[in-house]
Write a protein that binds this ligand. Structure first.
Ligand SMILES: [Zn+2]
Length: 333
C-alpha cells in the first residue's frame, strides 16, 4: 500500500515536472500541430487545415515552417494564434538546442502573424517582414486587412486562443526588394513578390536545399482570399512566374499541400485566378453588372473547394474592379 502511494506520488511529481517544463503561457490547444520534414533536408513544416479560422480548427489554417542551420534556426511564418506559435516554438526546441535567429513573416494577415507573440516573448528571434507590412493598421487607407477590426473578429471567433492579451507584433527589421540571410552553409533569400495577395507578400528560398516557402502566393487546393484593395491579380500572376523561374525542388505554400513540382503547385492558384479573370473580363468588356455576371458564371469547378463559400464572391468582385480599372486606364488617351 505504502509502495503504491509512493509510486503515485512519484508519478504525480514527474507529471508536474514535465508540465512545468512545457506549460503553455497561452490557452492550451487540443489539436496538436501536424509537423513533417522535407525529405532529407533540415527543414520542417506545419500543415494547417484547409478551411477558414474557427473554433473547429482552433485557428490552425495556415502553413509555417523552419530551417535548422549550423548557426541557428530560421522560422517562416508563425501561425494564427499565440498558442499555435508557442506550439511551433516547442516543436523547434524538441528538435534542436540552437537558438531561433529569425522569424520571417510572409505577409501581415492574422492567420500568419498572431503566433509572432510567442516568439517575441519567449525567444530572442529577430522578426523580419517586407516594409509595407507597416501598413497593417486600422487607419491606414492602404491596409489590406484592418488590424484592430480583424483582432476583434478573431477574439470572438477564436476564443479562448485569441484573447485580450493577443497583440500584433510588428517586425524588428524590414526590407524592400530582397534580403539574404547566410547561416553556415545555408543561404536564405527573401524575395518581395507583392503587392499580389497582400501588400507585403514575400517568399523565402532555401539554398542549397531548393526549398521554397511561398507564402500565400501559392495556395494549393483552397480558394485564396483576394477581396482586398491591395490584391493585384496581374502582379500575382507575375509572382507565380517568378516561382516557376526559381524552379524549387520542394514548395511549402501558405495554405494547402506541399509539392515537389513547381508546375503542379502553381497550377491551382494560377488556374483559379485566370478563370475568375476570364469570367469577369467578359462582363467588364460588355458592361454587364457584377451581380449579373457573378450569377451567370459557372463556378461548378470550384464550388466544392475549401473556402469557396467565404471567399469566391468577394474575389470575383475584386477582380471585376481591377479589370474595370485597367480598362479605364487603357481607354484613356
Ligand atoms: Zn493566409
Amino acid at each position: 500500500m505504502r509502495r503504491l502511494l509512493l509510486l503515485a506520488l512519484f508519478a504525480a511529481c514527474s507529471v508536474a515536472a514535465v508540465s512545468a517544463q512545457t506549460a503553455s503561457p497561452y490557452p492550451a490547444l487540443t489539436i496538436p500541430l501536424s509537423i513533417a520534414q522535407v525529405p532529407g533536408k533540415s527543414v520542417w513544416y506545419s500543415t494547417g487545415n484547409p478551411g477558414i479560422p474557427g473554433r473547429d480548427n482552433e485557428g490552425n489554417t495556415s502553413n509555417a515552417g523552419y530551417v535548422i542551420t549550423s548557426e541557428g534556426v530560421v522560422v517562416f511564418d508563425a501561425l494564427g494564434t499565440p498558442s499555435l506559435g508557442w506550439a511551433l516554438l516547442q516543436d523547434i526546441r524538441k528538435r534542436t538546442g540552437k537558438k531561433v535567429r529569425y522569424v520571417i513573416a510572409s505577409h501581415y494577415h492574422a492567420d500568419h502573424i498572431y503566433g509572432l507573440q510567442a516568439f517575441k516573448d519567449h525567444s530572442d528571434a529577430v522578426i523580419v517582414a517586407q516594409e509595407r507590412s507597416g501598413e497593417y493598421k486600422d487607419n491606414e487607407p492602404t491596409a489590406d486587412e484592418k488590424a484592430n477590426q480583424r483582432l476583434d473578429q478573431r477574439r470572438a471567433a477564436l476564443s479562448p486562443w485569441v484573447d485580450a492579451n493577443t497583440r500584433v507584433v510588428p517586425p524588428d527589421i524590414t526590407f524592400k526588394e530582397r534580403m539574404t540571410i547566410t547561416l553556415g552553409e545555408t543561404r536564405l533569400t527573401l524575395i518581395y513578390a507583392g503587392p499580389a495577395h497582400s501588400s507585403s507578400d514575400i517568399m523565402m528560398m532555401v539554398e542549397p536545399d531548393g526549398v521554397l516557402f511561398a507564402g500565400d502566393i501559392v495556395q494549393n487546393g483552397r480558394i485564396p482570399f483576394m477581396n482586398s484593395e491591395d490584391v493585384s491579380t496581374t502582379q500575382w500572376l507575375r509572382a507565380l512566374d517568378e516561382v516557376a523561374k526559381l524552379d524549387p525542388k520542394f514548395i511549402i505554400p501558405g495554405h494547402g499541400k506541399t509539392s515537389t513540382e513547381a508546375k503542379q503547385a502553381i497550377a491551382f492558384t494560377r488556374d483559379y485566378i485566370q478563370y475568375v479573370r476570364n469570367m469577369m473580363s467578359t462582363a467588364v468588356q460588355s458592361w454587364i453588372d457584377f451581380d449579373v455576371a457573378y450569377e451567370r458564371a459557372d463556378w461548378s469547378n470550384y464550388r466544392d473547394v475549401p473556402a469557396f463559400a467565404s471567399n469566391n464572391r468577394g474575389n470575383a468582385y475584386r477582380i471585376y474592379l481591377e479589370l474595370e480599372q485597367s480598362q479605364f486606364k487603357a481607354d484613356k488617351p
